[in-house]
Each structure stands twice: as structure tokens, then as C-alpha cells.
Design a protein around this ligand. Structure first.
Ligand code: SF4
Length: 360
């Protein structure tokens, strides 16, 4: 694998691809919708909070990018994420795609930033993440487990067009022969298709595109900064056709809104049509302060659902365990019905029988 000179800053980034984003829609959430919840580039202020004082703050397409050196590259993935990975790498903290429900929002509070108003407008950029990753992958204590990429912010969000951190991250995994899975909602992942294919020659590479539902009216409400579900499924199809196994992480499944048989079946069917090798259902999580915002929205728009939501989320940010299991079982049955996972199981047996993850 070719090594690449350190870049990691927009000035060093060279040619920039044209942005491919969903048109910014007026939010249906009302006037107290989270600032930047789908309007990357709108109204970002150059606010540098005290924990990040002294860091370079670079405006990129209206987003304030706070450049830091990575203290660590590989971090534990909290079990609550609902993903079958213990380890994750996140080149970015914060995300200009700005989904209103994003469970990564609370992390901004620890940085002295407002999780609802500044998550999409202030993005922390770990400019040396690939160098740090190389060192950690080479450490004797590292056991070579599969690593998920893009936990605290989409690794192909708009500012990646300028910073181009992902090509060097992919090369670090490939050079170490370490399996990895890219999580994204963005078609920008296709920019790195050749690199992903090169990496797939030497290790297990997967992509998971996030499609919680296929109803674009709902997408316009809760994920107005993301491209349409249809576009994400086209990305899934393109990756699979190019030989990169791509699955769908169904997140978020919105209780009582997108958990009906019709919604789940439509999403799983469309995933199957895109050749998805797996589907992983993840029910909406409501950590503070996403919870306050979401319940406030429900109170205005769907007041009849509020008591049932309060019961479902009575014990914290995760929905009731029995409910989550029912949804997961339903999705598993649908995935079986549409044949999702069969080709993946064959592929995995061929590629690396020792390191399989039990997806759906
Ligand atoms: S794309 Fe992913 S990381 Fe970005 S805001 Fe949406 S849910 Fe969060």
C-alpha cells in the first residue's frame, strides 16, 4: 500500500469534489429546531469553547472546523450504540449533516459546545488521526479486531471534501491488514472506492450505509441535511456492485412512527434490492438533550404518542429492551424473507472465517 504525505488541512487538500448533499429543506420541526440540524454551512459562528482554546478554527463551507491532534485514534464503542463493534475510529467529532436525532450530540457538551445548536456548525477535526491510527494498529497489545469508522460524526460528512482524512485512514488499515467497517450516510464514500478495493485485497472491508426508513417525508423532518434514502441505497448498490460488501444499518427506527410492518418491510425490501449484505436494526436512542428536544417535538406534532414514549423510555436513553428485541426479531424475519445476508455469509466464509461478526 502506498503511503501518503501528511495532509489533514483544507489548504493541503488539493482538488475538492463538488458537494453532493440533499437540498436544505425548511425544517418541519418548527422555530426551535436545533440550529444546523440539516443546514450545514448556515450561520456557523467562530466560537471556540474554552476546552479547545488555542486550537485553529478554520471556516470550511460555513462550518467552524476546530483542528486538534488526536490523543487516541481507536476508542471503545459504547454498547448502547447498538453496533456489533467494540472499537471505533472517528476522524470527526460533530457532524455538519446535523440529524436532529443524532445520539452523538451529547459529546459536544464535554467540549464546552452546545449539543443541539453547535453540533452541526462546530466540528472537531483530528488532523493527524491516520498517523495516530498507524501507531495504535502497530502496537503489540492491539489484537487486530474489526474497527468501525465514523462513530462521533460521519466520516464522509461535507468537511471531509476539504480535509481528506479518510484516504489515509483507509491506507493505515490496509497497511496493517486490519479489518474495518465504514459507517456513513454520504455518497462521498464513493470517492474512495478504488482505495477501498485495494484495501479489500488484503483485509476485510465493509461499508454500512445508514437508512432508518425510506419515507422521504420523514427524512425531511429529522434528517434534512442528509441525502435521500433512495440516494443512500444507490450508494449501497454501487459499493456492492464494485465488490465492496455494503450493508444497511437501520437507524433510527422511530417507535410508533417508522416501526410498523409497512415501514420496516419497505426499508428491508429496498435494502435487499440494493444488494445489502446485512441489515442491523437500531431503535432511536434518546440521550439528554436529544430527549428533551424530541419529546418537545412529539408534544407539538404527535401529542397522542407522548405517554407511550414516556413509558418506552422510562429507564433512560434506550427504549424498553423487550420492545427493541421485538423490532430486531421483526427485522431479522424480514431480512431472511428477502434473502439478505446469504451472499454475505458465502463471502465471509471465503474471505476470513476466523473473524466473522454476527450481523442479521
Ligand atoms: S449523519 Fe450520522 S453522525 Fe452525522 S448527524 Fe446524522 S446520525 Fe449523526
Amino acid at each position: 500500500m502506498r503511503s501518503e504525505a501528511s495532509s489533514g488541512s483544507p489548504k493541503a487538500a488539493g482538488v475538492r469534489l463538488p458537494a453532493e448533499r440533499a437540498p436544505v429543506q425548511p425544517s418541519l420541526l418548527g422555530p426551535d429546531a436545533p440550529a444546523g440540524a440539516g443546514a450545514p454551512g448556515c450561520g456557523a459562528e467562530r466560537h471556540v469553547p474554552r476546552p479547545l482554546a488555542g486550537r485553529r478554527a478554520v471556516p470550511v463551507d460555513g462550518v467552524t472546523c476546530l483542528e486538534v491532534r488526536a490523543r487516541t485514534a481507536i476508542d471503545r464503542v459504547p454498547e448502547a450504540e447498538g453496533l456489533p463493534y467494540r472499537w471505533g475510529v472517528s476522524p470527526y467529532r460533530g457532524c455538519a449533516i446535523g440529524c436532529a436525532h443524532c445520539a452523538a450530540r451529547p459529546g459536544h457538551r464535554h467540549l464546552g459546545l452546545d449539543p443541539m445548536r453547535e453540533f452541526a456548525t462546530h466540528v472537531v477535526v483530528k488532523t493527524d488521526v491516520a498517523d495516530r491510527l498507524r501507531r495504535e494498529l502497530a502496537a503489540p497489545r492491539w489484537q487486530g479486531e474489526a474497527v468501525a469508522v465514523g462513530i462521533t460524526g460521519d466520516c464522509y460528512q461535507p468537511v471531509e471534501e476539504a480535509y481528506r482524512l479518510m484516504p489515509r485512514v483507509i491506507r493505515a488499515f490496509a497497511d496493517a491488514g486490519n479489518p474495518f467497517t465504514v459507517l456513513t450516510k454520504s455518497p462521498l464514500v464513493l470517492r474512495d472506492l478504488d482505495l477501498l478495493r485495494e484495501a479489500a485485497q488484503v483485509t476485510r472491508v465493509e461499508v454500512l450505509v445508514s437508512v432508518g426508513f425510506v419515507d422521504d417525508r420523514i427524512r425531511r423532518v429529522v434528517e434534512p441535511g442528509a441525502v435521500t434514502p433512495q440516494r443512500r441505497l444507490e450508494v449501497c448498490a454501487a459499493l456492492n456492485e464494485a465488490g465492496i460488501p455494503c450493508g444497511v444499518v437501520m437507524t433510527p427506527i422511530l417507535p410508533l412512527i417508522t416501526d410498523s410492518t409497512d415501514h420496516l418491510q419497505a426499508t428491508v425490501r429496498r435494502a435487499a434490492e440494493a444488494g445489502a449484505v446485512s441489515v442491523i436494526p437500531v431503535v432511536l436512542r434518546l440521550p439528554t438533550p436529544v430527549r428533551e428536544w424530541y419529546l418537545g417535538w412529539l408534544e407539538r406534532e404527535h401529542p397522542g404518542l407522548l405517554p407511550r414514549y414516556r413509558a418506552l423510555y422510562a429507564h433512560g436513553p434506550l427504549a424498553d429492551a423487550a420492545y427493541r428485541e421485538r423490532v430486531a426479531a421483526h427485522v431479522r424475519a424480514l431480512a431472511e424473507m428477502y434473502g439478505i445476508g446469504r451472499s454475505a455469509r458465502r463471502w465471509r466464509r471465503r474471505r476470513s472465517p476466523a473473524r466473522q461478526l454476527a450481523l442479521v
